[in-house]
Design a protein around this ligand. Structure first.
Ligand SMILES: Nc1nc2c(ncn2[C@@H]2O[C@H](COP(=O)(O)OP(=O)(O)OP(=O)(O)O)[C@@H](O)[C@H]2O)c(=O)[nH]1
Length: 281
C-alpha cells in the first residue's frame, strides 16, 4: 500500500472536512451507477441533487467542492462531468461516497427565444438518466442567486417539480426509509454587498423556515460556505439514517418481544385447556 497523504481543507474555518489521497495506490475501480444505487443504503454513499434555476451557479458551487476536496474523479461516460460528479469525501473522519448531479427547470423561452447562457436541454436518453437519479437523490440543494429575484421566486417551483417527479416515480429506489434532506442555498453572496443584491438574507431565512430546512448563502466564486453546506448535508443524512436504523431495531425488538409473549400466552392457554380437558374427563 502506498503512503496516505492527508490534506486539510484550504478553509481554516471549515477544517472539519479532510480529504485523503493515497499516493501510489491505484484508484478505486469505477463503480457502476447500478452498483452504487443497489448498495448505497448499506454504504455511506449519497446522491445529492443541486437544483435551481438556470445560471444560479450550480456548476460553480459543485466545482468549488470538487476542486477543493476531491480525491478521484469518475465519469459515467454518459455525460459531461460538469453535470455529474462522484467523489469520495471524508467528513468527520469518516469516508463517504458522494455523487452530485445538477438539475434545472427547463428555461422558459421569452418570445420563443431561450436566454443565452442556459444549458441546452439534455438529449432524450440523458434526460431519462438525470430524472432517474433525481428521484433517487437523498438530498436536494435548492439553489437561487441572491442577485436574481427571479431565481428566488422559482425555488418553490423547482421544489414542487422535484416532488412531482418523485411522486410520479414507481422506482423502488425512490422510496426512502427516512426523509430526504433539503437545503436552501442563496448563491453569489460575494456580490451581496452592493446594489447587485436583489434578495436579502432575511428573505432566504424566511423561505428556509417555510421549507423547514437549513439555509446558507454561498459563493461559487470565493467558495464561501460551500464545504460547510455540503458537510452539513452529509451529517444530516447520516443522522437520519442512523435514527431510522435505531427506530427499526427498536421496532424489531418490540415485535419479537411481542411474539415471545404471544407464545407464552399461547402455551398458558394450551396448558389451561389440557387441565380443563382432564377435569372434563
Ligand atoms: N460572482 C459570482 N458569480 C458566480 C457565482 N457562481 C456562479 N457565478 C457565475 O454565474 C454564471 C453561471 O454559473 P454556472 O455555475 O454556470 O450556473 P449554473 O446554475 O450551473 O447554470 P446552468 O448550467 O445554465 O443551469 C457564470 O458566469 C459563473 O461564473 C458566484 O458565487 N459569484
Amino acid at each position: 500500500m502506498g503512503s496516505v497523504v492527508q490534506h486539510r481543507s484550504s478553509f481554516a474555518s471549515e477544517s472539519h472536512l479532510t480529504v485523503t489521497t493515497h499516493s501510489r495506490v491505484p484508484p478505486l475501480p469505477n463503480l457502476s451507477y447500478s452498483f452504487i444505487s443497489k448498495f448505497r443504503r448499506q454504504m455511506d454513499a449519497w446522491i445529492l441533487a443541486v437544483a435551481g434555476d438556470a445560471g444560479v451557479g450550480k456548476t460553480s458551487v459543485v466545482d468549488k467542492l470538487v476542486n477543493n476536496c476531491y480525491v478521484e474523479t469518475y465519469s459515467y461516460g454518459l455525460a459531461n462531468v460538469d453535470e455529474e460528479a462522484r467523489r469520495q469525501l471524508v467528513v468527520d473522519n469518516k469516508m463517504c461516497f458522494v455523487e452530485i448531479l445538477q438539475y434545472s427547470l427547463k428555461p422558459v423561452p421569452v418570445h420563443g427565444v431561450i436566454e443565452r447562457g442556459h444549458t441546452p436541454p439534455h438529449p432524450a436518453g440523458r434526460a431519462d438518466c438525470v430524472q432517474k437519479k433525481l428521484v433517487e437523490a437523498d438530498a436536494y440543494v435548492l439553489t437561487y442567486s441572491i442577485t436574481s429575484r427571479k431565481s428566488y421566486s422559482r425555488v418553490l417551483d423547482v421544489h414542487q417539480d422535484v416532488l412531482d417527479q418523485v411522486a410520479a416515480s414507481a422506482d423502488e429506489n425512490s422510496k426512502k426509509p427516512f426523509p430526504r434532506v433539503l437545503m436552501l442555498v442563496g448563491n453569489k453572496c460575494d456580490r451581496g454587498y452592493g446594489y447587485e443584491r436583489e434578495v436579502s438574507k432575511g428573505e432566504g431565512e424566511t423561505l428556509a423556515r417555510k421549507l423547514n430546512c437549513a439555509f446558507y448563502e454561498t459563493s461559487g466564486t470565493t467558495a464561501q460556505n460551500v464545504e460547510k453546506m455540503f458537510t452539513d448535508v452529509i451529517r444530516e443524512l447520516r443522522k437520519r439514517k442512523s435514527d431510522a436504523e435505531r427506530r427499526s431495531a427498536i421496532l424489531g425488538e418490540a415485535r419479537s418481544t411481542d411474539k415471545r409473549s404471544t407464545g407464552k400466552i399461547q402455551r398458558k392457554i394450551k396448558e389451561k385447556m389440557q387441565k380443563s380437558e382432564c377435569i372434563v374427563m
